[in-house]
Structures are given as structure tokens and as C-alpha cells.
Design a protein around this ligand. Structure first.
Ligand SMILES: Nc1nc2c(ncn2[C@@H]2O[C@H](COP(=O)(O)OP(=O)(O)OP(=O)(O)O)[C@@H](O)[C@H]2O)c(=O)[nH]1
Length: 355
């Protein structure tokens, strides 16, 4: 009988650099046949599209499975298990499975699913790799404003937990076998060291912490951790699991976050559009924005990627024959984000960005 297939779970908050790291991994797979399962928060399937659009030879479309029915941690039984079962039934067995969770996922339930009878005998979790946006941590993006939270708690007795951002950050690190402090190019060595200290302080376990820029790490570093994490995950409990055990009723369904797709007309001047998007992101506290734009006169589609105030744009591939050219952007924010105002502002920004 063949040995178990190793599976690496790649997790980390929205925009930390998971897809970028996987793209680099596929480019440097050294002949390994890698199957990818991608889960994303938001209806557009941007990550799968970006990976398929990157033209890497080793990354055939049939090797990428997208799960876009919500967060993988909430749809384990309905989505993940059947997908995994199908993957295992395939004639050509992958050498390695890589799973990208959504930026809002708690890795714990997903890793625990590897203990399910039909899965356990065929696959093992090689490791949970948590990608951290080191620049965002250094800017204090995940740190609670404790004074503000205390005031909110006094006003609302039902508010019994930390901010959703800090909680997720901690849970994703607690689940990790290895943490990648990504975006090292954006901060100096002293701040990187301080982020390393913050991350190490999240758990009593000795944690392997490395840093990277654009997730560029050799495949041998990311794969082959041999952790068999499914056997240890019960000891790496998330806030949600601990609150549940304490009898607290804190339902985990990501209702602290909201995502929607904003559609707009063609964008004549991408540079100006990007400047306007920066304003919109700042005004409305948008956590993540990504998607594609139709730029008249250009045969290629324009990818837009925004994490906080940092926006990147590039043309990735020609619009396909029969594919409708369109501007569509996934917007993710906290639950009280003003969808109507943002949709309207993005529409206006596209219209005003005339060539
Ligand atoms: N400067 C810098 N930018 C980076 C680095 N890694 C990723 N990025 C950029 O950060 C943005 C988000 O990267 P992704 O790889 O899409 O992040 P992700 O974690 O997959 O995002 P979600 O799937 O939405 O959670 C993109 O614009 C990347 O080009 C890095 O090391 N340095």
C-alpha cells in the first residue's frame, strides 16, 4: 500500500500573501505533482483565477479545486470532505496537496477533519503554515485598542470577546507548525524582530518562525515538515472552541465580516482609479479589495489587489474569447461596512477615470 499523501494547510489573514506564496511554490515545485484546494471569502473566485492566469506549466486547471461556498472551517462536512474524497479517487495521485484557507478561516476544524475515517488512512497534514503580513502587524493592525474595547464592553454587556481581527490573528498562529513573516521588504530588521516576538508570544509551543518577501521560499522549506498535525490539533484550541467549552455562547459564523462584489463600468485611467480606490478604502475601513478591471483599448484584464492602503495593479492575461469584459471587485470589511455607499463610490470612481 502506498503511504499517506502529505497535505499542507496554508492559512493567514486576508491579504497576508497566501496566494503569492503558493504561486511561487508551484513555480519551484521541482517536478512534484501538487493538487491545490483553494477556499476564498467572497464570490468572485479571484485567487483561483489569479493562479490559473499565471501560466505556470505545472499548474493545470484540473489540479485546482475551488471551494467558494463560504469559509472552509464552517463547511468542512459539506464541502471539504467530499472534495478530498474525490481527489483521492483520482487515477493520478498527487505527490502533495496544498490547501489555501480563506483569510477568515479558523484552521482548527479543517485540520481536525483529517481525523475522519475515510480521510485519515490516505492523507496526513504535513504542516499548517500561517502567513503573516509582518508590515500590518508592525503597524498595529491586529492589536486591540484595549481602551476602546473596554468602553464598548461597558456599553454592550454582550460583547465578551476581543476584536475579530486580533482573535483570528491569534487563532491562526496557535494552529501553526510554521509561521512565515511575509512582506519583510516593507519593514526594517528591528520591526521584523519585534513582530517575531509578538508572534512567538502567542503560544507556549516552540514555533518555527521564518521571514519572506513575496512568499519566496524553497519548496523544501514549506513542504516536508512531517508534523502529522491532525494528531495534535486538539491541543491548539481556537478562542471559539475554548469559549464553547466554557459554556459561553459565541457562535462562530464569520458574521463579524461582510463581503460583496462591486461592479462598475470600464476604467479608462487605472492610475487615477487606484488613487480614488485608496480614498474609498480609507473612508470606509475596507480590509481587502481585489478583482479585475476592464480597461478600454487593452486586450488584457487588469488585476487589482488592495490590502489596506497598499494597492497593486497588473495585467495578467488577455480577456478570453466569449468572456465578458467587466470591472468586478470583491470588497471585504467588518459587518457594518456601508455596501451601498462603497458600490456607488466605486462606480463613480470608474466613471471619472476617463482616459
Ligand atoms: N510588498 C509586498 N507585497 C506582497 C508580498 N506578498 C504579497 N504581497 C502583495 O499583497 C497582496 C495580497 O497578496 P495575496 O497573495 O493575494 O494574499 P492572500 O493572503 O492570498 O489574500 P486573500 O486570499 O484575499 O486572503 C498582493 O497585492 C501581493 O502582491 C510581499 O512580501 N511584499
Amino acid at each position: 500500500m502506498q503511504g499517506k499523501i502529505p497535505a499542507t494547510v496554508i492559512t493567514g489573514f486576508l491579504g497576508a500573501g497566501k496566494t503569492t506564496m503558493i504561486r511561487n511554490l508551484l513555480q519551484n515545485a521541482d517536478g512534484r505533482k501538487i493538487a491545490l484546494i483553494i477556499n476564498e471569502f467572497g464570490d468572485l473566485g479571484v485567487d483561483g483565477e489569479v493562479l490559473k492566469g499565471c501560466g505556470i506549466e505545472t499548474c493545470a486547471e484540473e489540479d485546482i479545486v475551488e471551494l467558494n461556498n463560504g469559509c472552509i472551517c464552517c463547511t468542512v462536512a459539506d464541502d471539504f470532505i467530499p472534495t478530498m474524497t474525490k481527489l483521492l479517487e483520482r487515477e493520478s495521485r498527487p505527490d502533495h496537496i496544498v490547501i489555501e484557507t480563506s483569510g477568515l478561516a479558523l484552521p482548527q476544524p479543517l485540520v481536525a477533519a483529517f481525523n475522519w475515517p475515510g480521510i485519515k488512512t490516505h492523507v496526513t497534514v504535513d504542516g499548517v503554515v500561517t502567513v503573516v503580513d509582518a508590515a500590518a502587524v508592525a503597524e498595529g493592525r491586529f492589536a486591540d485598542d484595549h481602551a476602546k474595547l473596554d468602553a464598548q464592553r461597558r456599553a454592550d454587556g454582550a460583547l465578551d470577546h476581543e476584536s475579530p481581527l486580533e482573535e483570528l490573528f491569534e487563532d491562526q498562529i496557535r494552529a501553526a507548525d510554521m509561521v512565515v513573516l511575509n512582506k519583510a521588504d516593507l519593514i526594517d530588521a528591528a520591526r521584523l524582530d519585534s513582530v517575531r516576538g509578538d508572534v512567538a508570544g502567542q503560544t507556549d509551543r516552540p514555533l518555527k518562525i521564518i521571514h519572506a518577501t513575496h512568499g519566496r521560499l524553497p519548496a523544501e522549506v514549506l513542504l516536508g515538515l512531517n508534523s502529522a498535525t491532525e494528531g495534535q490539533i486538539a491541543l491548539r484550541k481556537s478562542h471559539h472552541e475554548m469559549e464553547h467549552e466554557n459554556g459561553e455562547d459565541h457562535h462562530h459564523d464569520h458574521d463579524e465580516f461582510e463581503s460583496f462584489v462591486a461592479s462598475a463600468g470600464a476604467v479608462g485611467d487605472p492610475k487615477r482609479f487606484t488613487e480614488e480606490l485608496k480614498q474609498i478604502i480609507a473612508t470606509h475601513d475596507v480590509l481587502r479589495l481585489k478583482g479585475f478591471c476592464d480597461v478600454p483599448g487593452k486586450p488584457m484584464r487588469l488585476v487589482v489587489q488592495a490590502v489596506g492602503q497598499r494597492i497593486e495593479t497588473y495585467f495578467d492575461r488577455p480577456w478570453a474569447n466569449g468572456e465578458q469584459r467587466a470591472t468586478r471587485l470583491v470588497v471585504i470589511g467588518l459587518h457594518d461596512i456601508d455596501q451601498a455607499a462603497i458600490e456607488e463610490a466605486i462606480g463613480r470612481a470608474a466613471a471619472s477615470a476617463e482616459p
